[in-house]
Design a protein around this ligand. Structure first.
Ligand SMILES: [Zn+2]
Length: 300
């Protein structure tokens, strides 16, 4: 864990979840807020030691590891908080996350943990793709869905704070089946990144790279590889595969073991994201058969 300087104005705190920081004259914006108070305390200490101002907070998406520390900051600093459209509703009502992961049922107590649900925070400005103004400077926001419904990355003079639009290749290997909400959209977002003229990028999990193209291409190949495995598996079963069976088989094949219900719910969403990708690419069809959601390969 260390506070790293990218250029004159751009920094990031490298940790298991990265937090960005940009100084803009007498203003300063923190990009995401870590998972909890203890992680954000270290970042606030670094800012203080370097006499860097903190006036704004920008949250990229409503996952607890990216916003869990936000309420701690808001209680102690007068920060103007910006968050993406849609995601902001979850940031203000964090119990929505265990609720949606649990399929809309009232979440069991074990699902109300800090990995699924951070403390509620306030949002001063709802942001769409386009630009925001901080300290008299216009910064570009880039919508990169697929990992979260309306994830926004922040572009500052060629440096992209990319949120979870891509992961380091080590992070992908560690997670085995990374969390996505829609694999087709995730891959489209990765292609959008490849078309950007970047001087460097910081992913949410991983390290800053001046040229992240190989890592981004590696992400595309990784997602396509998982999607292809799932397609081949479903194709190999003539009568089709139930959703539940697809989740179990894919997790088993890639060595994911879910010890807790919360982990299984996250993996179920991740596997379903690849199913959605295949369905949108018209490679899989789906039907309800004997009260099961059953997937079948499209006839060639
Ligand atoms: Zn995330």
């Amino acid at each position: 864990m260390s506070f790293k300087q990218i250029n004159e104005q751009c920094y990031y705190y490298e940790s298991s979840v990265n937090v960005g920081y940009v100084q803009l004259g007498s203003s300063g914006v923190l990009i995401d807020a870590g998972i909890d108070a203890s992680s954000v305390k270290k970042i606030l200490k670094e800012l203080k030691n370097r006499e860097l101002p903190l006036t704004h907070l920008f949250i990229t998406h409503a996952h607890a590891d990216h916003y869990g520390g936000a309420s701690y900051i808001q209680e102690r600093y007068d920060v103007y908080t910006m968050a993406p459209s849609f995601e902001e509703a979850i940031l203000r009502n964090p119990s929505l996350e265990p609720l949606y992961l649990f399929g809309g049922n009232d979440p069991l107590d074990e699902l109300k943990n800090k990995f699924l649900q951070g403390p509620p925070m306030k949002v001063d400005q709802i942001v769409e793709e386009g630009s925001i103004n901080i300290g008299g400077k216009s910064l570009q926001t880039v919508c990169l869905p697929g990992h979260s419904y309306y994830q926004l990355a922040l572009l500052v003079d060629g440096i992209l704070y990319a949120a979870d639009s891509y992961f380091s290749l080590a992070t992908l290997k560690k997670h085995k089946i990374p969390f996505l909400t829609d694999a087709k959209l995730a891959i489209e977002s990765l292609h959008k990144l490849l078309e950007m003229d970047l001087l460097g990028a910081v992913p949410g999990h991983g390290t800053f790279e001046e040229n992240p193209i190989r890592t981004i291409e590696g992400n595309i190949r990784y997602h396509e590889g998982l999607m292809e495995w799932l397609f081949q598996y479903v194709s190999s079963v003539e009568e089709g595969v139930s959703h539940e069976e697809a989740v179990a088989q894919m997790c088993n094949h890639f060595g994911v073991s879910c010890g807790r219900l919360s982990q299984w719910l996250l993996q179920r969403t991740a596997v379903t994201a690849y199913i959605i990708g295949l369905k949108k690419n018209q490679r899989l069809a789906d039907r309800i058969v004997h009260n099961r959601w059953v997937l079948k390969a499209h006839d060639e």
